[in-house]
Structure formats: structure tokens, C-alpha cells
Design a protein around this ligand. Structure first.
Ligand code: ZN
Length: 282
């Protein structure tokens, strides 16, 4: 299922391809004997991960959440992640899902890691231009500032050509606080994966969709303590997962996950008899 209705919103999953990453890094302190049953690794211990993006439409606005990994990586990086020689540009993938990419007027990046904002821009003759010319792009100001701090721990995750040309042109706006981007669509600070990652909710007609981004990258990460090794603040990840998955379970939200290759939309429920543990259903 790649499209659901949530009140007046139509929400479409757009997978901007699949890449492979070290399974150990994706599951942190969880033993391989446990995570490998949920997400079997290949001979290099790599697990498949989708670049999940979502289009939220209500006839008035077309909001794109995340823009995938982009096409700026070199041959070595492509080989390491098992990416194809030609990566289909995101506007083409969106068009193939029956959504006119020209209609997108808002783009939200939950954070600025390359795998979430890569198709913000397209390189033409070495110059990056916005891939969605009509859109205003949003992310959090402190995330953009952190990207420019070039901390040795995570500087490799940031490619300035994905956002700086849009800041310079005025096409990208930096948010200081949580709030509504268009009526019904809100961003919420949820630190853990990094300090300034956002969740996105779309609420209409008593129903809610929530995009969990890297707070819950796959259904294998629904257990709050199953946190990636590269999360900068793992204790906050556990706290935020417990809080937000609890809300999703109690209010029967439809959830989207940052990198799941199989599941585009799911609901979550509490696991009976276990403290703060969740499973997918529906
Ligand atoms: Zn990610």
C-alpha cells in the first residue's frame, strides 16, 4: 500500500531507492543474533534500507517530507552502499507515483543528513539548483548550524550542496520552534538521533499520520531500546520513542518510518505485559 487517506489529506509513500548500511551500526548494542532475525544482513553484514519520502496533499498544498539520498555521491560511496549507477531523480519517482512534482510547494527535511535531503538540489554543470522550484523548504535552524560546525563525529553525514544554495536563494527557511507549516501539518522536535531532528504529523478529520524519520527507521526499531550506534543521544532516543510511540499507539496513528523497505504505513500497539514495548499492526 503506497497511498492512504488521513481525513482530508492524501498521503503517498515515495521510495527514492534502496541503499545498504552496516547492520551493526544500525542496531547499536543489540546483539547480531537478535537483529539479524528481523533484518537479515548480506555477506558484508549490510542491511537494505529505503530512502522513504512522503507526499502529503490536500488539494491546496502539496508537502514533500524528505528528499532521499540524492545523486551527488562518488563511485566509491555508490559501491559501498550498493547503489545503482543511475539513481532515478526524485522528481521522476514522484511523477511515477501519480503526483505532479511541480505541484510541490513545501519541502520539509526532518534533519540535514545526506540521506534525508539529497534531492533537495540537483547538480547541473557543478551548480546545485533546487529540484522543486516552486517549493519553500524547511528545516530546523540549529540543525543547519550544527551541519556547519563540522563535528568530527558526524561531519561525514552533511553535504552543503544539499541546502546551502537554497539558503542563499532564500528558498529554504530555518525554523526555531515547533509549529504548523501548513494547516494540519506540524513539525515537532524529537532529539536523540541528533539534537535537532524533527517529526512530522499530518492531522485531519480526527486521524493522524506521523513520520518518525530516524527515531524509528524500520519496524525492527519499534522496541525503544533498539537504538542505532550512530544516534548521538541514545538515552534521549529511548525517551522520545517511548513518548511518541505511546501516543501513536494510544491514538491509533498511521505511522511512516524513515528507512523500512517493506512497510510504508503501519499502526503500532503496545506489547501486552511488556513495559514500553511496541509492535506493528495493520
Ligand atoms: Zn536516515
Amino acid at each position: 500500500m503506497s497511498r492512504v487517506a488521513v481525513g482530508d489529506f492524501q498521503i503517498t509513500l515515495v521510495r527514492a531507492g534502496v541503499y545498504y548500511w552496516d547492520g551493526g551500526a544500525f542496531f547499536g548494542v543489540v546483539p547480531r543474533t537478535l537483529w539479524s532475525r528481523q533484518l537479515p544482513p548480506d555477506e558484508r553484514n549490510l542491511v537494505p534500507l529505503a530512502f522513504n519520502c512522503y507526499v502529503i496533499e490536500n488539494g491546496e498544498h502539496t508537502v514533500l517530507v524528505e528528499t532521499g539520498g540524492g545523486g551527488k555521491m562518488d563511485d566509491r560511496a555508490r559501491a559501498r552502499m550498493k547503489l545503482p549507477a543511475r539513481i532515478e531523480p526524485l522528481p521522476e519517482v514522484i511523477a511515477s507515483q501519480g503526483v505532479d512534482p511541480e505541484s510541490i510547494d513545501i519541502v520539509i527535511n526532518t534533519h540535514l543528513h545526506w540521506d534525508h535531503c539529497g534531492w533537495n538540489t540537483i547538480l547541473e554543470g557543478g551548480v546545485a539548483r533546487g529540484a522543486f522550484p516552486r517549493a519553500t523548504y524547511y528545516t530546523r535552524r540549529r540543525e543547519w548550524e550544527h551541519a556547519h560546525e563540522r563535528h568530527p563525529r558526524d561531519s561525514v553525514s552533511y553535504i552543503d550542496a544539499n541546502y546551502d544554495p537554497l539558503i542563499e536563494s532564500g528558498q529554504m527557511k530555518l525554523l526555531d520552534d515547533d509549529g504548523e507549516v501548513v494547516p494540519g501539518v506540524r513539525v515537532h522536535l524529537a532529539p536523540g538521533h541528533n539534537r535537532d531532528m524533527l517529526l512530522v504529523t499530518a492531522a485531519s478529520g480526527g486521524q493522524t499520520f506521523c513520520f518518525f524519520s530516524d527515531l524509528v527507521p524500520t519496524t525492527a526499531h519499534l522496541t525503544p531500546t533498539w537504538v542505532a550506534a550512530f544516534d548521538l543521544y541514545p538515552l534521549e532516543s529511548i525517551e522520545m520513542k517511548t513518548l511518541w510511540l505511546g501516543r501513536a499507539a494510544d491514538e491509533n496513528w498511521i505511522c511512516g518510518l524513515g528507512h523500512d523497505c517493506e512497510v510504508g504505513f503501519t499502526r503500532v500497539e503496545r506489547v501486552e505485559g511488556k513495559h514500553a514495548s511496541f509492535q506493528a499492526y495493520g
